[in-house]
Design a protein around this ligand. Sequence first.
Ligand SMILES: [Zn+2]
Length: 618
Amino acid sequence: MSPLTDFDLKERVRMAIDIVDVIGSHLELTPQGRGFVARCPWHDDRRPSLQVNPQRQTWKCWVCDIGGDIFSFVMRRDGVDFGSALRLLADKAGIEYRTASGKKAAPGSPDDKATLLAAMKFAATAYVEYLENDGSPETLRARQYLDERGISPESRQLFQIGLAPSGWSWLLDEARRAGISAEVLQAAGLAVARPGGNGFYDLFRGRLMFPIIDLQDRPISLGGRIIPGTESASSGAKYINGPETRLFSKSRQLYGLNLARAAMQRSGQVLVMEGYTDVIAARQAGVEPVVAVLGTALGERHIEILQRFVDRVVLVLDGDEAGRRRADSVLELFVGAKVDLRIITLPGGADPADFIGQHGREAFEKLAAEAPDALDHKLATLIDGVDLTRDTHRATAAIEKMLAVLARGGDPNALRTSQMLVRLSRTFAIPTEQLRNQLVQRISNQPRRAALPASHAPERVERRPPAAKLQPISGIDRELFEIMIEYPEAAAQIIEMIDPAWLLTDSARMLMQVYQDLELHGKELDLATVLLSVENEQLKNIIVGLDEAIQQRAEFITQPCQQRLADVLQRYHRSQATAETQRQLALLEASRSDDDSAAELLSDIIAAQRLQMGIRPQ
Ligand SMILES: [Zn+2]
């Protein structure tokens, strides 16, 4: 995206959204001076050190040396690229933009995403209010059950747990009174159509409700759990998840990600569990980077999302047979993808909530820290209880299975594969080369993998590419841009005076290019506009750093703009002249034998020096 693409959209978004709201909905802000501060989620911050400047609409953490505007905050918070951050903020501001399909559904229609989000929010809130405020026997029983499970009132609030009454049309009736149609509830996955066009009924009845909340803190689906000892407990599955809708796709969403995100970014790891209550129990015990998959196995899309925030994924499995099978199903992810995937199998068939309850947080964190990677885990399960020297049949079977797994990776020389071959060689006393040959054989025999079918995407989010590190802007360049930021009205004139070739770093030349583009298109040259047309996070940070430095020492500088500018120009001219003198002196040195041309060069140098004096401003 070029800096001026979507400039109007960017500008509308910037005008509509206050940075204090964006950051304040994510971090706790405390007033300080003319702005706010918060604990920075990207380092272990006790101070708080993240500053928010409402006048400039910027943020900055000097400890991490990061900062920028609303866009770069969302890019960093959600691990997305600029385009995704822009769409997300446009959504938040209710600003329309052209999507890939180009079609826009009417508000109130079941095809309209904003309408579905509003319906989902309405339902989630209604369920919470019912659980917390109703005095019926079923709510009393539900609250009692949560107490028995050790789920605290704080957790109820944090995870927005609710209760769906046991009637068939409670939500439908409540929604109708609020002007939400049955068709919209159905499209949101909250109501089901009766056969034969005979109206609708509530999907969730007599269940504890766990909203699935996306990274923008919006409920997008709900999961329901039956309550033992109630009428509805005898009917249906223990858990039901909401269906796939325009808002929700179980292969792309994780329970608790909104709450775990900050801790994930801080610790670089995430624990993936299998149930809502496991996540809640872990969180209550103080283990924060925890999410759960939603009625599906951990898949490629989940990994893509998690990798935006962490580089280590620890899958926590129940120690039962089902857990073992799931460990197998993720092996391919591990061999194929570039993720450090670890597996914990809890001892004695315990689930995470039981385990943490019995052994405590430290024991659980130790287990996570020592978790073997997925391949080691697989090998350990295969040879568990096998006497490798005697039981050659089972030993061979184990080798075959491991080679089959490695073959799915497709590359016999991949680092992880090579490490595993060495490990197998040691375990089974077979030469590594022999194992590698068998593996190569297997790889060439296996059918080529078909491309994965493109699953329907509720929202395409591009992962933020790692950016090349930009040098800081320093020296004369720094003084130049500080003047341009402080006196935007003088910036157009300054652009004319500066040859970008004089600038010392790429970052300085990039920033000058931004000013030139804006000038060329007749845009303002103030801080807000400059920030808006920069999409590079690091450059945004550099600009905000300059601006903050100006703000902090504004009162000490008494020199007028023109004087400072004259000094800067003089320094540039001098350094250019010095560079030219040095170049000519080098030439002179090289051509010492040729007296005529040496004399000619010398007079050029003197002339250049005179010229430099002459152009020195008065
Ligand atoms: Zn920080």
